[in-house]
Structures are given as C-alpha cells and as structure tokens.
Design a protein around this ligand. Structure first.
Ligand code: FAD
Ligand code: SF4
Length: 470
C-alpha cells in the first residue's frame, strides 16, 4: 500500500532489494539483487525530501536530476522519468547497478542523518529496466542530421557516453572496438553477479536503433589505421581505457599459479559468454586455495568469481584497514557473506613456492600518517612475517595507462604517468594535443569509475560539437 504524506521517510525506512539465496550466490554467475517491485520503488522514491539544493545531484559525477526523477517514478510517471534520466546519463541502469553509491549520491543524501539514504541507485536501475521492458525508447524524433561523422575508439562507458551525445545532436558516431561486444570493462571485466551481460546486449540494440554504428572485432592500429580515421571522419574520440597491470615488485610474482586479475576475470566472462577461443585460456580455481591481493573493486570481483568457480578457500589480503579500502563497502559485505576471508593490514612481501605457488609471505601493518591523497599509510610491523598457504594468487593492484605506439605519429601527447593529455577546462573540452582528436575516461584520468568515464565521454562530445561548429 502506497503511503502518501510528507513524513514518508520517518514512517517508511530505507529498504534495499532482496538478495538471492546464498546457495545461488555461491554457485551462479547471475545478479545477486532481485529487482524492486513497482510498490517498493514508489514508496522508496517517495521518501526523498526534495531538498532545495540537492547534495546528491552535486555528488553524482554526471549530475543526474535525482529528486526530479524520484518524484516522477513515485507518481508512476515511468516514461517521463526514463526520458529525464537519459538527459544526463547514457547508461543509467548500469550506474544504478555498479556505482559505489555509498560514496556518491546516497552518501550525500540528507536522510543519512539517522533515517537511511534514499535508495537512489536502485530507483535509477528500475526506471530504465522497466521502461525498456515496457517498450520505451529514447525519443530521437527531433534530431536534425548535420552530415558530420565522428570515429570513436573504444565501446566502453567513455566511448558510449560520447556516441550518445553526438547522435542526439545529429552527428553520426562510428564506434570501433577490438572486442566482440560493446561495454569495455562493463562486459569484459565486471562480472555477471554485479551486471548481467544481457544489459549490454540490450543497450547495443537500443544504441544501434538510435543511429550509432558499432564496428566490433576491429582494433585501431592493427585492423584499421588511425590515419584512415583522421582522413575519413570529421573528428576522432579515444576512450580506450587503461590496461597495464600494476605489479607488486616482490619476489615470486613469476611463479606458475600467480595471475593478474583482469586475465582471470576476462577468461571467466569469455567462457560464460561463449567467446572462449581455447579451453587453455580459462584459469580454473576449482578446489584450490586462492589468495587475492588488493582491496579495490577488481579484488572483490576476483574474490567472488573464485567462490563461484568452487575454490576451496578464498582469502583477500589488503595492506590497509577496512575503513581505508578503496572498494565499495557494499561489495566487501557481499564478498564476506559469500565466504571470503579478509586479512586486513597485511602487506605481501614475497610469493613463496618451489616451481609453483605455495603461499604468500605477508607482514602485518599499522596505520600511519595520511599520504598525499589523504589515505593513511600502511607501515610494516617489524618481526610480524607469516606465510598464508595458497595454490593460486590473483594480483589486483590496479592499472596504469597503456599508451599506443602510434600516439606519437599523430601528435597525441601523454603526461609523465602515461595518461593522454586532454582537459575539461579549455576551449574545446577534452581536446588532445592533436586538435582533431579528443579523449576521455580511464585513459585520461587513470583507472576510476564507470560513471566518471561516462561523464568525460559526454563532455568530450560537447567539445567535439563546439569544434565542429554544429
Ligand atoms: P574501458 O571500459 O576499459 O573501455 C575501453 C574500450 O576500448 C575497451 O572495450 C577496449 O577493447 C577498447 N580499445 C582499447 N584500445 C583499442 C583499440 N586500439 N582499438 C579498438 N578498441 C580499443 N567501476 C565502477 O564504477 N563500479 C564497479 O563496480 C567497477 N568494477 C570494476 C571491476 C573491474 C574488474 C575493473 C577492471 C574495473 C571496474 N570498474 C568499476 C572501473 C570501470 O570499469 C572503468 O573505470 C570504466 O570501464 C572505464 O571506462 P573507459 O570507457 O574509459 O574504458
Ligand atoms: Fe548515484 Fe551513480 Fe546514479 Fe549518479 S549515476 S545517481 S552517483 S548511482
């Protein structure tokens, strides 16, 4: 029953969607959250106080019109909510699933002061999922074609954000990606228990119908030259991500049984999606003792993928305490519920083994002074060494940019840490040192979030529209 008063937030507490039962969660690669029902989403959205100066909007990297679409959905105006939600976000149903809301929109909600934030992420997911299921499509009827064409390298969130804004402004985007499906890390990185792959397949169909052309299985620099794109198109956008895996720099990293996180996750997705080229590509941890090193989203995804593959045990070692972990708190809770054991304040100093991995030597750390990013440093405690037994070690220390050799040939500069130089604060937003080339997402800002990549892609599209004078 829908309650209808201004003190809804007192009478109706915050409710999160149900999670699937733990047996399913430990064995199946399916999303763990059940969708909200119509009644739930209306009651939860109605808790929004409609603050005059909504902090949630400011904290949301794409500045979604959150209170406005919460009001629309609470009144049952689903299609209007979907249309409004798409004015600021190219993939609202994806952000609703994978944003770390506790640090973004929901972390800024006024109701956090004792009442529990509005479930913004789940409302955002519900709006688009349900509108699509009911046949809603983005309204393209007023778009006037300009005759301009832009090549986009990378079908990840940055490339998609850019293509979405361009096509809505009458510019034809042609998106090149070396992978066989769109999404970048949304498809070949983030596992199905956070984001089922059908979400991106549906998106490909919607975007194609909107006029975005995808050329998949096509690597720029190999299957097609950058020069060809520069010759054939009015501008080029690069949203190619960051793919150099960071190493620990300690002995034993080369031992058989030690893997980088992303190849492990990608091999798992490829098997589940039927893209596996050879069974030898799959990294199987069934029955093994797995140690995951790292404390971000990638580490959590490795933990939970290992559980689903049937690992004998999964232990996650992180050098700071739980409070200072970079990953989403929600995902740490989910990992723990599924049986992952956490060792906080542990720093690996060596991977030990004779011809193959046998364990990870770690020291205990204590939290020291904050570093330049404000996060407290982990300092080793002398004499605290111990070995954690392991058959497989997965290293999830993050990513560094992976600039292509051909950047130099086209005057595309990178900074001292390898990120492409392209800034928001200039005449044409996110233009690189080559005036015809724009860039955004992880390759510019370093590995970050889906929603920040979408924002930069969308902003770069505005830069391109200004540059093309359309
Ligand atoms: P990407 O998503 O990396 O896309 C780049 C695309 O460019 C790829 O498809 C690639 O194939 C293509 N490409 C590269 N070079 C070429 C070329 N030469 N020719 C053609 N195509 C090319 N963020 C969150 O917000 N929430 C999460 O829960 C979360 N979990 C994560 C889990 C994992 C395991 C990882 C690795 C990351 C996670 N992230 C998460 C981060 C997020 O996925 C990235 O920040 C985001 O995908 C970056 O978007 P992008 O478009 O810049 O790059
Ligand atoms: Fe929150 Fe992310 Fe949606 Fe913004 S895009 S409202 S931060 S879930």
């Amino acid at each position: 029953e829908r309650l209808d008063n201004n003190f809804q937030f007192i009478e109706v507490g915050r409710v999160d969607p149900h999670k699937k039962n733990i047996h399913t969660r430990k064995h199946k690669f399916v999303e763990i959250y059940e969708p909200f029902s119509k009644n739930q989403v209306e009651n939860q959205s109605h808790r929004c106080l409609a603050c005059g100066n909504p902090y949630c909007e400011w904290k949301c990297p794409v500045h979604n019109f959150i209170p406005n679409w919460l009001k629309l959905v609470s009144e049952g105006n689903l299609f209007e909510a979907a249309e409004l939600s798409h004015q600021t976000n190219s993939l609202p149903e994806v952000c609703g699933r994978v944003c770390p809301q506790d640090r973004l929109c929901e972390g800024a909600c006024t109701l956090n002061d004792g009442f529990g934030a509005v479930t913004i992420g789940n409302a955002e997911k519900y709006i688009t999922d349900t509108a699509f299921a009911m046949g809603w499509k983005p309204d393209m009827s007023k778009v006037v074609p300009t005759g301009k064409r832009v090549a986009i390298i990378g079908a990840g969130p940055a490339g998609i954000g850019c293509a979405d804004v361009l096509v809505r402004n009458g510019v034809r985007p042609v998106v090149f990606d070396k992978y066989p499906e769109i999404g970048g890390l949304l498809t070949f990185g983030i596992p199905e228990f956070k984001l089922e792959k059908s979400v991106m397949t549906r998106r490909r169909e919607i975007f194609t119908a909107m006029g975005i052309e995808f050329r998949l299985n096509t690597e720029v620099g190999k299957d097609i030259a950058m020069q060809k794109l520069l010759d054939d198109y009015d501008a080029v956008f690069m949203g190619m991500g960051t793919y150099n895996y960071m190493k620990g720099g300690f002995p034993g990293e080369e031992l058989p049984g030690v893997y980088d996180a992303l190849p492990f996750l990608v091999a798992n997705v490829n098997r589940n999606l039927g893209f596996e080229k050879s069974p030898a590509d799959f990294i199987d941890v069934k029955g093994k003792r797995v140690v995951v090193l790292g404390g971000g989203d990638t580490a959590m995804d490795c933990n939970r993928t290992s559980i689903r593959q049937g690992a004998k045990s999964v232990t996650c070692g992180y050098r700071r305490d739980e409070e200072n972990m970079p990953g989403s708190k929600r995902e740490v809770t989910n990992a723990r519920e599924e049986g992952v054991k956490f060792l906080f304040n542990r720093q690996p100093i060596e991977i030990v083994g004779d011809g193959k991995v046998e364990g990870v030597k770690m020291v205990t750390t204590r939290m020291g002074e904050p570093d330049e990013n404000g996060r407290r440093r982990a300092e080793p405690v002398p004499g605290s060494e111990e070995v954690i037994n392991a058959d497989v070690v997965l290293i999830a220390f993050g990513f560094r940019p992976s600039p292509e050799k051909w950047f130099d040939d086209h005057d595309i500069e990178v900074n001292d840490w390898g990120g492409v130089v392209a800034e928001e604060e200039q005449q044409f937003k996110f233009q690189t040192t080559n005036p015809k080339v724009f860039a955004g997402g992880d390759m510019v800002r370093g590995s970050d979030l889906v929603v920040t990549a979408i924002w930069e892609g969308r902003q770069a599209a505005e830069g391109i529209l200004d540059y093309l004078e359309v």
